[in-house]
Every structure is written in structure tokens, then in C-alpha cells.
Design a protein around this ligand. Structure first.
Ligand code: OGA
Ligand code: MN
Length: 233
């Protein structure tokens, strides 16, 4: 899976000042916390209504997709493999900082039934999937820089479970780096990126210092993601 990361198109961009970001978040939360705030406001916010409309239907966060027991079962299963590896911090050209990773083809019964649920809700019926599931362990200090997953190796849909910690995934249009959309990936949630949100936006996981949602601090701890992808058609 390192290959996927290596071939991800990595996009370096000067990050916005955190103070101005916080102000933007606060403004947007003020706009979106009225009586019209739907379930979506709990996990989606952005720099404008237009950008939110552009991704609606192509991004989804299902909060509490797995139970604490299921999180535990997945964690136990991946931890044994991860523990043997060291966190990588110093590869300056990597898209990911402070991580270790593994991939897994065969799963125990509990994990397999969770992954079956993920596949059912996330992928179009009959869509051929990438066999191994990618497991990415981010240290508390770890983060993922803006990138687009390889279009050569991965298809239209990316679906990830978040274990152990909440985090913020930021999407930025590839051709306009002033707009942004933030997804609150709560612990035990499932996120899904599809089509344009996957191909035309970079995605990243914010570092601890930048981890805010609607002006609210979202503390980052160690975070493990379990990611399913489909194959290009
Ligand atoms: C990746 C990636 C997101 C996550 O590995 O390409 O974007 O949820 N991961 O860990
Ligand atoms: Mn990615």
C-alpha cells in the first residue's frame, strides 16, 4: 500500500493562518447552526454554500458506524501487525508524516462482517474492489498532507473507518485552493469519498495544532484508519 501513498499526487500548499481559519470556521458555524442545521452540520462544514453544494452526495460521514466492541475487535486484529513496525517521521517527501501502515487480505469473523457492511454501503454493486484493506496508524503528532489517491491504482470510491480518535479531513478543490470543506471524522465513524470529491479535491488529515471543526478544538490522539478502495474501471 506504500505504493498507493507514494504515487498519490501530493500537493504542497502553504497552510492558511490558523487564526484566520478559526475565524472562518466560527463564521460558517454561526451560519449553519440555526434551526435549519440538519444532521449534516454535525460532520460537514466549508468556506461557502457553493462548495458544500459541490460535494454534497459525494462525501458522507456515518457517525457511530461501528460499536465500541467492533472497534475493539478491529483494533486487536490490526495492532499485532502494526506493533512490529516503527512510525515513520522523517521522510520529507512522503504524503504522510508520523505513520505506520499495513494491509490485510484475510480477516477474523467480526472484522469481516464489519468490512462487508462497509462494502455494502460504500461501493456500487458489482464494483471490483482492491483486495487488501489498507490500515494506516497515525501517531498523535502524525498527519496526512493534501493529496489525491492514485487514479491508476484506485477507482471512484474511498471508504474509511476511524478508530481511536476523532480527526478532521479537509478537502480542497485542486484548481482553487481558497475554498475548503471539512469533515469531522468522529471515532468509530465511516467516511466515504466519491467521484469528484475523490478525483477533483485533495484530501488531508489535519495535524493536532490545526484540528478544529466549526471553531471547536478536536483533540487528536493516535488514530487508525481502515480503508477500502475499489479498482479503476
Ligand atoms: C490515504 C488517506 C486517509 C485516512 O491513505 O491515502 O488519505 O483516513 N488516508 O487515513
Ligand atoms: Mn488518500
Amino acid at each position: 500500500m506504500t505504493l498507493l501513498i507514494r504515487v498519490s499526487r501530493q500537493i504542497q500548499r502553504k497552510s492558511l493562518q490558523s487564526t484566520s481559519l478559526n475565524r472562518l470556521f466560527s463564521d460558517s458555524s454561526a451560519l449553519r447552526k440555526g434551526p435549519e442545521c440538519t444532521d449534516e452540520c454535525k460532520w460537514l462544514c466549508g468556506s461557502s454554500e457553493e462548495i458544500l453544494s459541490a460535494v454534497r452526495g459525494q462525501v458522507e460521514v456515518r457517525q457511530n458506524f461501528i460499536s465500541e466492541e467492533e472497534e475493539n475487535a478491529l483494533f486487536k486484529e490490526v495492532e499485532a501487525g502494526l506493533r512490529k513496525k516503527r512510525y515513520e517521521f522523517d521522510h520529507w517527501d512522503d504524503a504522510i508524516h508520523g505513520y505506520r501502515e499495513t494491509e490485510r487480505l484475510q480477516w477474523g469473523a467480526t472484522s469481516e462482517s464489519i468490512l462487508r457492511r462497509v462494502r455494502t454501503v460504500a461501493f456500487p454493486e458489482g464494483s471490483p474492489l482492491l483486495g487488501p484493506v489498507h490500515v494506516l496508524d497515525l501517531d498523535k503528532e502524525g498527519y496526512i498532507k493534501p493529496h489525491i489517491d492514485s487514479v491508476k491504482f484506485c477507482g471512484s470510491t474511498i471508504a474509511g473507518l476511524s478508530l481511536l480518535s476523532d480527526s478532521i479531513m479537509r478537502l480542497v478543490p485542486e484548481n482553487n485552493s481558497t475554498d475548503w470543506v471539512d469533515l469531522l471524522l468522529s471515532r468509530r465513524s465511516l467516511y466515504i469519498l466519491r467521484d469528484d470529491a475523490r478525483f477533483k479535491f485533495t484530501h488531508e488529515i489535519l495535524k493536532e495544532e490545526e484540528s478544529f471543526f466549526s471553531g471547536q478544538k478536536v483533540p487528536r490522539h493516535r488514530r487508525i484508519s481502515v480503508i477500502c478502495r475499489n479498482l479503476p474501471v
